[in-house]
Design a protein around this ligand. Structure first.
Ligand SMILES: *Cc1c(COP(=O)(O)O)cnc(C)c1O
Length: 241
């Protein structure tokens, strides 16, 4: 087999295994496997690997840097197989990069402040579009993490969801690395916060974006609807635990 064929068969068998685990975790939380979606985070691979992943069945990708997102979209724009494929923005978004991203991505996971929400809304309004977004929340309270604090979010939620250029579909969080118990508390904290905000805003806030390679099964058990998977999808050296 050529290197490409070996990698392609890794991508599809790994995808099967990931989807099986997500399905089992969803059932453990009393949900159907179809209620949880997985995004392949392609930030560490090039357009060729994205295309191979597409052929392996992945239909939604995540990128954390606007420039890299644009580069990949352009490199893949002529590929008929990429028709209908979605790209999400999952990383830190600076204000001067907003225009590169809006209109191009299916969902922005990383609206990390009321100020950024306002800026995205204003730029979308100017273009006559509405962007689907998630509010990134620093549930664990680690100083190194960006996002609304839970308190900030409680205070800002009503004004943010009223912004005309964005549609808030839910919340996103990053869990502490290397501490499974803390990660699990972070995921359940996100779900509880969403429940509280649902009651307050009347919005469904159905999307909970949490869980990465190391902790996606716990995230799904705690209510995640959208897991963001990088290493476990693309890295042949990554062993699923
Ligand atoms: C890289 C990244 C991921 C994926 O992380 P893995 O541990 O490789 O699965 C998920 N979310 C964000 C925001 C990322 O930057």
């Amino acid at each position: 087999m050529s290197e490409d064929q070996t990698y392609a068969s890794f991508l599809s068998s790994r995808r099967e295994e990931i989807l099986e685990r997500i399905g089992a975790s969803a059932r453990r939380s009393g949900r159907e496997p179809g209620q949880v979606e997985a995004i392949a985070v392609s930030k560490t691979v090039g357009p060729d690997e994205v295309l191979l992943a597409r052929r392996a069945g992945w239909g939604r990708f995540g990128e954390n840097r606007p420039q890299e997102l644009v580069r990949k979209l352009e490199a893949l724009s002529g590929e008929p197989e990429m028709t209908g494929v979605r790209f999400d923005m999952i990383g830190n978004l600076q204000k001067n990069k907003i225009n590169q991203v809006i209109g191009r991505v299916s969902l922005i996971h990383s609206i990390s402040s009321a100020h950024l929400a306002q800026a995205v809304s204003t730029r979308c309004e100017a273009r006559g579009i509405v962007a689907d977004v998630l509010l990134e929340t620093n549930v664990s309270g680690e100083a190194s993490k960006s996002g609304f604090s839970c308190e900030e979010l409680r205070a800002a939620a009503e004004s943010v969801v009223a912004l005309p250029g964005i549609r808030v579909l839910g919340l996103m969080t990053m869990a502490p690395a290397g501490d499974p118990a803390a990660a699990r508390r972070t995921f359940s904290g996100l779900r509880e916060l969403a429940e509280e905000l649902r009651a307050r805003t009347g919005l469904p806030l159905e999307t909970l974006s949490c869980g990465m390679s190391d902790d996606f099964e716990a995230a799904v058990e705690e209510g995640s609807t959208l897991v963001r998977l990088g290493r476990c999808v693309f890295d042949q050296g990554y062993a699923l635990s």
